[in-house]
Structures are given as C-alpha cells and as structure tokens.
Design a protein around this ligand. Structure first.
Ligand code: CA
Length: 254
C-alpha cells in the first residue's frame, strides 16, 4: 500500500509559542504528533524529545541488527507493534530523564499519537488526548480514546460529550510521557484499505471543532489531503484558535 502524507502545524491565535511537535520518517513510514505541556517553553522541549526518541528507537529496530528490548517484548502484538510501543516507552524514559536535568524542565510532559505503517497494517500508539481518526468511505471514526479527565467522566456516564467540550477541566490529561516510569501505552493495529485517510491531530483541532465538522471539511476536500490539512487548521483558527493546532494526514492508495 502506498502512503502519502500532508503535515501542518500552526501556533493558533492565542498562544505565543507552539508546543506541538510533528514528525515524519517517510522511509520507516513513521508518523508522530506530540503535544507538550510545561511552563517556560518546556512543553516544546518535551514534545520534541518525544518525537526524536520515538524515531531513534524505530530506526534502531528497522534493520537486521540484534538489539536489546529495554522493556521486553509484548507477545500479543506484532513486531512493528512492539517497535512502536517500545519506542513510546523509550521516549517516556527520555522525557523523564530530561525533567531532572534542569529546574525549568520539572513537570514537563507530552502526549503522543504515532502510526507505524507496515504495508496494509497501520500500527497505532497513543498516550494522552492527541487523537487518531480514520476517514473511510466518507465516514469519520475516532480510533483513539483520550486519556483525559473529561473522557473518563464521559465513559463513566457522569457528563455528556457536549458538556465535556465546555468543561473547565477539558484540558486535563490523565496519562502523558514524562509522568511516571511505568507508562501504559494504548496499542492498536488496523487493516488499511485503499482510499483510507488517517488523521493524527493535537487537541488544538478537536477542542475547537467537533467531529462532524472535521468530517465535513475532509469530505469537501475531495481526497486532496493538502487542501484538507489547511482547511482543518483554518476552521480551528476561525473558531478562536485557542491552542496550537497540528494535523497530519495520511492517504493510502494501491
Ligand atoms: Ca494542546
């Protein structure tokens, strides 16, 4: 399966800096979005350490060399699934180490959503509230489930998704890289079909525009991912652009 991509990040309308990081390694078919948190530009550091470390580990395991798996192997998932899962845990270790290096890095953390493509299988890893969506036959579905306080409340039936959108605690993430050493990474593997589009994004998109609007914008772009990426960023800015907006679109073709 051939994959093409379009990546775009925008500071938005309210923030001074951009704490999101996006990363593509076309050769390894690795695609990552990370949304950093922390004062004094530390969020930016956290998200960039995360994407660099994920890439480092994925590259290390992309060849024939025998390598040591720092957290062991998970027998329930594929080799590429293991590469990606371990890469995220390795990145967590790197972010944690950095938090101890300088006092201004203390408490910094980052979300991650990452895709590693192996022919017609998309391996997905995520931690935090950055999301992955699948657009198939004009229908949009959210593949990831946010590790956030409001999502936990939704899942336990305490609040509705509509209430979550305006909830004062909507930005509270319950799982992130840089939090604790024993990080749980949610893994998925999806069979990809020709015509599928995957969207990786930071919450600067999804807190500004609801899913039905994301779907509408993507449908209107008629499969042109360059147009879709720009239209999504424009739509989030039009609604206020309160946070950094990052979108990474992957299009699959025979
Ligand atoms: Ca954000």
């Amino acid at each position: 399966m051939k994959v093409t991509y379009q990546a775009l990040t925008d500071v938005g309308r309210k923030r001074k800096g951009n704490e999101d990081s996006l990363f593509v390694n076309a050769e390894q078919k690795l695609f990552v979005v990370a949304d950093g948190m922390g004062g004094h530009a530390a969020g930016e550091i956290a998200s960039s350490i995360a994407v660099d470390s994920i890439n480092e580990f994925v590259c290390l395991t992309g060849g024939d060399e025998e390598i040591t798996w720092p957290f062991g192997l998970d027998e329930t998932i594929s080799y590429d699934g293991n590469r990606l899962k371990t890469a995220v845990r390795f990145a967590n270790k790197k972010v944690l180490e950095a938090t101890k290096e300088k006092s201004e890095y203390e408490g910094m953390a980052t979300t991650v959503c990452a895709v590693l493509v192996d022919d017609a299988v998309a391996n997905l890893a995520h931690v935090g509230d950055s999301r992955v969506y699948l657009m198939r036959d004009g229908e949009l579905s959210q593949l990831t489930s946010d590790h956030s306080w409001v999502n936990e409340q939704i899942l336990s039936g305490v609040i509705s998704p509509e209430q979550a959108r305006s909830h004062p605690l909507r930005n509270v993430v319950t799982r992130a890289l840089g939090g604790k050493a024993d990080l749980q990474v949610d893994m998925q593997a999806h069979e990809i079909e020709a015509g599928d589009v995957l969207l990786l994004c930071s919450d600067g998109l999804t807190t500004m525009i609801p899913d039905d609007e994301i779907a509408r914008v993507m449908r209107e772009s008629g499969g042109d991912i360059e147009k879709a990426a720009q239209a999504l960023v424009d739509a989030a800015n039009a609604k206020g652009g309160e946070d950094n907006i990052t979108v990474l679109l992957l299009k699959f073709e025979e």
